[in-house]
Write a protein that binds this ligand. Structure first.
Ligand code: PLP
Length: 400
C-alpha cells in the first residue's frame, strides 16, 4: 500500500537547508568506512585545506566539527573569551538574537546595539562605542554577516575599518552561516578572528557540519580564554588535525559531500559563484518590484544575495502564502520568524541554484500569493525576473 506522494518534486526555496547537487548526493552515497584506516588522514587533510577557499583565507586555520552553525557560534565564543568578558554586538533579527542569547548564557557581558529589523550593523554606533572604550575593556565585536531572518547583509569590511580606525584590539567574530560560500567573504583581508558556517547553507549539503576558520590571534586568545568548553575545544582538534585525524567519529558521508561541493565551487570559481548569487538575487528583487511589494531590507547597500525577504501587504498573513505554496504547489518558502512572523515570507536562493530553479520559486510564490488573496497581476513578478535574467545570462562555460 502506497501513501500518496505528490508527483514531481518538492521545490525547496528556503535559505537552508539548500538543494543538494546530484553529484554531491552520489558522492555521499557510500558504505561506512573506518576513519582509523590509513586512507582517512590524507583525505581529511585535503578537505580541511580546501575549505580555506570559501573563507578566502591562507592565514586562518579551518576546523570542521560535527554539529551545526549554532555549534560554530559556541566554538568561536568559548575558545576565545572568559566569563565576564565584554562583547559588543548588534541585534537585527532572530539569528543575531539567538547568538546574543548564547553569549549571555555563557556569562559574557554583552553590550547589544539594537537595530530595527531590516537594518544592518551600524558602523557609526560601533565607532562611538569603541572610541569610548579607552581602557580597551571590549574583548570582541561579534557580527552576523547575513541575517537570515531579514535578508540583510552587513558590511564586515566597514566593521573592520571602524575597528582599525580607532586602533581597537578586540577580536572580530563573524557569523557567516548564510554568507560564506555564497557571498563575498574575505577572512584575511577583513582580519576576521573567527568565522562560522554550517553545511546546509551555501555549501548545499545536509545539515551536520559546523565549519569555523580561526585566526592566529584567536588561537593565541584560546590560551587564556577561560570559558568552559569540552566537545568544542579547539585543543582536541589541534592535537589531531595536523596529522589528518579527528578527536571523535566524523560523518564520513558528509565529508565526501563536502569534498565534492568544494570541488564544484572551486571549478566554478568563487568570483563566479558570488556573481551568480548576485544575478539570482537581482532577478528576485526585480520580481518583488513587479509584484508591487517591498523588501524588509531597508537600504540597497544591505540587500542580501543569499535570500530575499518580502513584506506582505497590510492585512495579508504571510504564513498563509507559505501554507498555500506548500499545500497546493509543493513549494517550500521561508516563513517570517519571531518579530516578523505573519509579516514577511522568504525566498532562499543561495547555494546550488540557477535561474530556472529560482524562476520556479518566483512562479510558485506568485501562484501562492494569488491563492492567498494578494492582489497581484499574474506574471507581474516573473516577467521582470525573466527580462533581467535574459538580458544578463551567460553561456555555461562547458557549453559554449
Ligand atoms: N546563523 C544564521 C545567520 C543562520 O541563518 C542560522 C540558521 O539558519 C544559524 C546561525 C543557526 O545555524 P544552525 O541552524 O545550523 O545551528
Amino acid at each position: 500500500p502506497y501513501s500518496y506522494t505528490p508527483p514531481g518534486r518538492n521545490h525547496l526555496a528556503v535559505p537552508g537547508p539548500v538543494n543538494i547537487h546530484e553529484q554531491v548526493m552520489r558522492a555521499m552515497d557510500r558504505p561506512s568506512q573506518n576513519h582509523r584506516d590509513p586512507w582517512f588522514p590524507p583525505f581529511f587533510q585535503q578537505i580541511l585545506e580546501d575549505t580555506k577557499y570559501i573563507f578566502k583565507t591562507t592565514e586562518g586555520t579551518p576546523f570542521i566539527f560535527p554539529g551545526t552553525g549554532t555549534g560554530g557560534w559556541e566554538v568561536a565564543l568559548t575558545n576565545t573569551l572568559s566569563p565576564g568578558d565584554k562583547v559588543v554586538t548588534f541585534r537585527y533579527g532572530q539569528f543575531s538574537h539567538l547568538w546574543i542569547d548564547m553569549m549571555q548564557r555563557l556569562g559574557l557581558d554583552v553590550q547589544v546595539v539594537e537595530v530595527e529589523w531590516g537594518g544592518g550593523a551600524d558602523e557609526a554606533k560601533l565607532e562611538q562605542i569603541l572610541k569610548a572604550d579607552t581602557d580597551k575593556k571590549i574583548k570582541a565585536v561579534a557580527v552576523v554577516h547575513n541575517e537570515t531572518t531579514t535578508g540583510v547583509t552587513s558590511d564586515i569590511g566597514q566593521v573592520r575599518q571602524v575597528m582599525d580606525s580607532v586602533s581597537h584590539p578586540a577580536l572580530l567574530l563573524v557569523d557567516g552561516v548564510s554568507s560564506i560560500g555564497a557571498l563575498d567573504f574575505r577572512f584575511d583581508e577583513w582580519k576576521v578572528d573567527a568565522a562560522v558556517t554550517g553545511s546546509q547553507k551555501a555549501l548545499s549539503l545536509p545539515t551536520g557540519l559546523g565549519l569555523v576558520a580561526v585566526s592566529q590571534k584567536a588561537l593565541e586568545a584560546r590560551k587564556t580564554a577561560q570559558l568552559k568548553r569540552v566537545y568544542y575545544d579547539l585543543e582536541d582538534q589541534l592535537a589531531t588535525n595536523p596529522s589528518g585525524n579527528v578527536p571523535y567519529t566524523p560523518s564520513i558521508p558528509l565529508l565526501y559531500g563536502l569534498r565534492e561541493t568544494l570541488g564544484l565551487i572551486k571549478a566554478e570559481g568563487m568570483d563566479n559563484v558570488i556573481a551568480r548569487h548576485h544575478r539570482l538575487a537581482e532577478g528576485t528583487r526585480k520580481a518583488v518590484e513587479g509584484w508591487g511589494l517591498k523588501l524588509l531590507c531597508k537600504e540597497p547597500r544591505w540587500n542580501s544575495d543569499s535570500l530575499t525577504v518580502i513584506k506582505t501587504p497590510e492585512g495579508v498573513d504571510s504564513g498563509k502564502i507559505v501554507k498555500e505554496a506548500y499545500s497546493r504547489y509543493n513549494l517550500s518558502l521561508g516563513v517570517g520568524l519571531s518579530e516578523v512572523a505573519g509579516k514577511v515570507f522568504r525566498i532562499g536562493h543561495l547555494g546550488n541554484n540557477d535561474e530556472v530553479m529560482v524562476g520556479s520559486y518566483l512562479f510558485g510564490a506568485e501562484m501562492a500569493m494569488i491563492s492567498a488573496g494578494v492582489p497581484i497581476e499574474p506574471g507581474s513578478g516573473v516577467s521582470k525576473a525573466i527580462e533581467y535574467w535574459a538580458a544578463t545570462s551567460n553561456v555555461i562555460p562547458t557549453r559554449g
